[in-house]
Design a protein around this ligand. Structure first.
Ligand SMILES: Nc1nc2c(ncn2[C@@H]2O[C@H](COP(=O)(O)OP(=O)(O)OP(=O)(O)O)[C@@H](O)[C@H]2O)c(=O)[nH]1
Ligand SMILES: [Mg+2]
Length: 359
């Protein structure tokens, strides 16, 4: 196993102790010892359909009553909007806390969490139902390792998503990473090249490791604002969205603390240093994006194949033909006329057979 590279170096932080995950859901113990992940109800690549694998969302009972009440309220609002199924795609760089976030949302250990670089590059989907509502969460492998976008991982993800409809994209990164660089841009570009710019109208930026003390005496909200601004700039650049358009359709940023050591309030709900109860807050943001965002994205073969290089520029062909016909045709006509009206020396007319025996 390789320890993840490039994390928190220079940030002044140590990688935290592996965060304890939520307890296993009923009936999941004993499967895949050591990984803490149930098998039978998790869709692996190209297996089964969403509906056939969905089972009762018992993990919700792991949350404190106050959180459960809020979550059920949010779900009923979705049902009022005639949304009965929600499919959430979780993507981002390696080791940022994607799988931990999936587990936190579901209140069950369904996805492998590892302090080390994952060996698996397979996405998984977990489906849960509650009061007629189906929640599908798709966990994907990190698409950046060792400084590059991992095309193979991306390929696995694409094939896994065939025929699935993505309602919300959670783009995960860490709150405690101070720097953004070209790699962030590349990851966003890779996602955009695949799913199209529209996916960002259904996007939420999720920042994990949110229980932190900001450096340099910054207060929490100022630090959060700075980190969000820096990351969102790279999201905009990577997605190729214009500044104004990006401002008008702001991508929400939400916070997550997956550690079992996350502080709690009097009601036992997990809270962040700024007082946010982050689980209901995340689910509320996901709901807002679902209701107010653009269209969901259905992944078909065309999206997977990407833009065909042979088709590139096809759009210009009629324009080029029209240009040839009108502009070049006219120019040729004018030149011909010019040539004809030009007074020519007799010897040239003789050569053209036009001299009428004048010599
Ligand atoms: N303290 C703290 N640790 C976290 C948090 N989220 C994840 N971790 C830890 O970070 C490490 C990586 O977490 P994962 O959930 O496996 O990250 P991932 O993005 O799924 O990783 P890959 O699938 O390999 O790309 C594990 O040791 C987690 O326990 C968090 O919010 N706070
Ligand atoms: Mg993972």
């Amino acid at each position: 196993m390789r320890r993840r590279s490039g994390e928190l170096t220079g940030s002044g932080h140590e990688r935290p102790d592996p965060a304890p995950d939520p307890p296993p859901a009923a009936g999941e113990e004993g499967r895949e010892a050591g990984t803490g992940r149930g098998e039978s109800d998790v869709e692996e690549p190209r297996g089964g359909t969403m509906a056939s694998l969905a089972r009762e969302w018992v993990g919700i009972q792991q949350f404190p009553v106050a959180t459960q009440t809020k979550l059920l309220e949010i779900l009923s609002k979705l049902k009022d909007e005639k949304v009965n199924t929600l499919t959430i795609l979780v993507m981002g760089k390696g080791g940022v806390g994607k799988s931990s976030t999936v587990n936190s949302i579901l209140g069950e250990r369904v996805a492998n969490v590892s302090a080390f670089q994952s060996e698996s590059i397979r996405p998984i989907m977990c489906s849960r139902t509650r009061a007629g509502f189906t929640l599908n969460v798709i966990d994907t492998p990190g698409i950046v390792e060792g400084g590059y976008v991992n095309e193979q991982a991306l390929d696995f993800i694409k094939r896994f998503l065939l025929d699935k409809t993505i309602d919300v994209l959670l783009y995960v990164d860490r709150l405690d990473s101070y720097r953004v660089d070209n790699l962030d841009r590349q990851v966003v570009k890779a996602i955009t090249d695949f799913l199209g710019r529209g996916i960002w109208e259904r996007g939420v930026v999720v920042l994990t490791h949110a229980q932190l003390s900001p450096p340099d005496g910054l207060n929490y909200d100022d630090y959060l604002a700075k980190r969000s601004e820096a990351l969102l700039k790279y999201v905009r650049l990577g997605a190729g969205i214009k500044k104004k358009e990006f401002k008008d359709k702001a991508i929400p940023v939400t916070l997550v603390e997956n550690s079992g050591r996350c502080n709690t309030n009097e009601e036992g709900e997990k809270i962040l240093p700024n007082g946010t109860t982050w689980i209901p807050n995340l689910v509320q943001t996901i709901t807002d994006v679902t209701i107010n965002g653009g269209k969901s994205i259905t992944v078909d073969q065309k999206l997977i194949d990407g833009p065909n290089p042979n088709n590139r520029g096809k759009f210009f062909i009629p324009l080029i033909l029209a240009f040839q016909f009108f502009v070049i045709g006219r120019m040729q006509g004018a030149i011909k006329k010019d040539v004809e009206s030009e007074s020519k020396p007799l010897w040239e007319l003789r050569d053209l057979g036009l001299a009428n025996r004048k010599f």
